[in-house]
Design a protein around this ligand. Sequence first.
Ligand code: APR
Length: 237
Amino acid sequence: MPRFRNIVILTGAGLSAESGLSTFRDPNGLWAKYDWREVATPQGFAKNPTMVHDFYNMRRRAHATIKPNAAHIALATLEARHPNVTVVTQNVDALHEAAGTRNLIHMHGEALKVFCRQCDARHTWVDDLSVETPCPACRETGAMRPDVVWFGEMPYHMERIGQLLGRCDLFISIGTSGNVYPAAGFVAVAREAGAHTVELNLEPSSGATLFAEAIYGPATEIVPAYVERILRDTVSA
Ligand code: APR
């Protein structure tokens, strides 16, 4: 019997940093360059949709050159060799999918998805979006927006995430500063459920003291090493 039967992994921007994507709150992060109120809120979009489209067009274009790193690949390997692993990501990039992770929940939406506010049709989208882009479904222009959860909006799949946290026995948080709820509260829910809780990060997050175990360093080093350890426990069990 493997030591851990139900594993939930929360990931944040630090997981994709070594793939070349900016984090948000590091000194040279996105929120040091952009005002999140202008580019990541419904109010900002209403006030200046072109500025918001430009911000997400830049992040969507980055997908043409980025690749999953050793940490993404280690998580996909874990899922392939352990019966019950779910990744809940705050990231809107598509690097978990590119690495092979299937059991994946994008709680903050996806940079490569858009939706129409007129007809609610959802589309995969790799090109630029503008206020002139017609919705492929209803042909309305000016109604398309990134399918990314903005501040003040409800993250996706929260009921399913709550169920997974309530029955996990291992909760691993990777590459997140623990500043944004509800994700920052997941560790407390997992502890409540009796799970072993682990933080893998470059440095202690805001919620560091809530974790039973912590390993610090670059994700491409500490994540593959930790996955190795779990798989050794699983195989030897
Ligand atoms: N390896 C591991 N961790 C790293 C690395 C790395 N190479 N580089 C940075 N980190 C860590 C930082 O130390 C920091 O704790 O990743 C974390 C990134 O924190 P944030 O920039 O705050 O990103 P995140 O926690 O994912 O933000 C959560 O906030 O703005 C919203 O919606 C946005 O999903 C995002 C949410």
